[in-house]
Design a binder for this molecule. Structure first.
Ligand code: UGA
Length: 437
């Protein structure tokens, strides 16, 4: 069986690397020639643990990468589309990339006898597959779904920073579309690829599309909920949000994951998908008060850090603040929608000197703030003469911090938004989101 994966971002490249490492014949396609050369040289265009090892193994075995989409359509049995669907300013998703790929696939399908199965892994809002993508494919190929090609939707649930582990062991497979032989083929492919215990949900296009948005919006809801709980805890002396969250997480109806309070959720997915679902609800005539509250809570959480900082330092003018962690989460160099960026923007309005540290994401953040802030490769340099350090991203490096690491600070204040150091005996003014003092 020949497999093509179109769009080599986090999802596409991780999937290609895992399939290739398992000896599936895989062709990875991307329209960025620089990216193709990098990947051919076994360089990854972003930081993702374990990906390099899997990519290396895959390229030695059965993975090739190129920009030849037409060849992929002519020669593949399964074509996975994994291009991004970024946000427009109104929260709606931008279908430009996926429409472009679908159009090219359609035009090649018209000229070939091959009848591949096309699978949309990209996140698309309900009804997009049936009302936008499939009609485009049928128009350009002059063939019909189920006869000249197969067309299914198959949303992805992997997390950045854990992309390989999640691709090796997904918690679920969701397949949407017509229940025909193509559906049987894809279901069989996944049951061979994964453990028998991995649930495979087969449904129609819209349900599959909505499952993805419901999933991410529910995760966002859990985080906003626990962040509000953290803000309540903060006002109760000796109260600790982690103790409360751990206890409620034991209730199987609640579950223990995604209850880590912090500075708010960021990244290229949760904020985007929440916005897109709100926008979609509005469009179909349903004002989603609940999801709007989840979003507002998240926006306020970043401002809460500024408020805490002011309560520690008073007037912020000319103070030096150290930001520990700028990526939106640990084990990633991705800064998209990172709360650290929002915070730095708020701080810059107050005439504050900012020094940023991050184990992997400094190059990316430099592209945004240029010489408006300073950047340090070491934590001690970043803390030098600082009036307050703020832990934003839960990197392991920050969990290991001890008293001696803070000795160069002008004022020994630490604001820990993730409570990484709450159990350590530190000789400094320690304030943590979610811990009442
Ligand atoms: C998210 C989903 O978790 C994946 O299932 C989904 O496939 C992906 O979006 C996507 O749609 O592509 P991701 O954005 O990579 O994955 O990262 P998460 O682990 O969900 O973290 C998102 C944000 O929430 C981060 O800023 C993180 O620090 C924050 N978070 C997460 C918390 O503040 N508390 C938590 O308990 C969990």
């Amino acid at each position: 069986m020949k497999i093509s994966i179109i769009g080599l971002g986090f999802v596409g490249l991780s999937f290609a690397a895992v399939l290739g490492s398992k000896n599936f014949s895989v062709l990875g396609i991307d329209n960025d020639p620089k990216k193709i050369i990098k990947i051919q040289n076994n360089e990854i265009p972003f930081y993702e643990p374990k990906l390099k090892k899997f990519l290396n193994s895959a390229q030695k075995k059965s993975l090739t990468v190129s920009d030849d989409l037409e060849f992929a359509v002519r020669s593949s049995d399964l074509i996975f589309i994994t291009v991004s669907t970024p946000s427009l300013t109104n929260g709606e998703i931008n279908l430009k990339f996926i429409k472009n790929v679908i159009t090219k696939i359609g035009k090649t399908l018209k000229k070939t006898k091959n009848k591949p199965l096309i699978i949309v892994k990209s996140t698309v809002i309900p009804e997009t597959s049936e009302t936008v993508l499939l009609p485009l494919l049928e128009k350009f190929s002059q063939k019909s779904n189920g006869k000249g090609f197969g067309f299914l939707t198959n949303p992805e649930f992997l997390r950045e920073g854990r992309a390989i582990d999640d691709t090796l062991n997904p918690h679920i497979i969701v397949l949407g579309g017509k229940k025909n032989n193509y559906m049987k083929k894809l279901s069989k492919f996944y049951s061979i690829l994964y453990k028998k215990t991995t649930p495979i949900i087969i449904t129609n296009y819209s349900n599959a599309e909505l499952i993805k948005y419901a999933n991410n919006s529910f995760l966002a809801t859990k985080i906003s909920f626990v962040n509000q709980l953290a803000n309540i805890c903060q006002k109760i002396p000796n109260s600790d949000v982690d103790i409360v969250a751990t206890a409620i997480g034991i209730d199987p109806r609640i579950g223990n994951q995604f209850l880590n309070a912090g500075p708010g959720f960021g990244g290229s997915c949760l904020p985007k998908d929440l916005n897109a679902l709100i926008n979609f609800s509005d469009k179909i005539g349903y004002k989603n008060t609940f999801l709007n509250a989840v979003k507002t809570t998240n926006v306020q959480q970043a401002k809460k850090i500024l408020y805490l900082l002011e309560s520690i330092l008073g007037n912020l003018k000319n103070k030096k603040i150290t930001i520990l962690g700028v990526s939106f989460k640990e084990n990633s160099d991705d800064i998209r929608e990172s709360v650290s960026i929002k915070l730095i923007r708020l701080l810059l309005q107050k005439n504050i000197k900012i020094s940023a540290h991050d184990p992997k994401a400094l190059l990316n953040i430099k592209k945004i703030f240029k010489d408006k802030i300073t950047y340090s490769n070491t934590i001690s340099e970043s803390l030098h003469h600082s009036d307050c350090a703020i832990i934003m991203t839960p990197w392991n490096e920050y969990r290991d911090l001890k008293n001696s690491d803070f000795k160069g600070m002008r004022k020994k204040n630490l604001l820990d938004t993730r409570r990484l150091l709450s159990t350590k005996k530190l000789k400094l003014n320690y304030i943590a989101i979610g811990i009442g003092s």
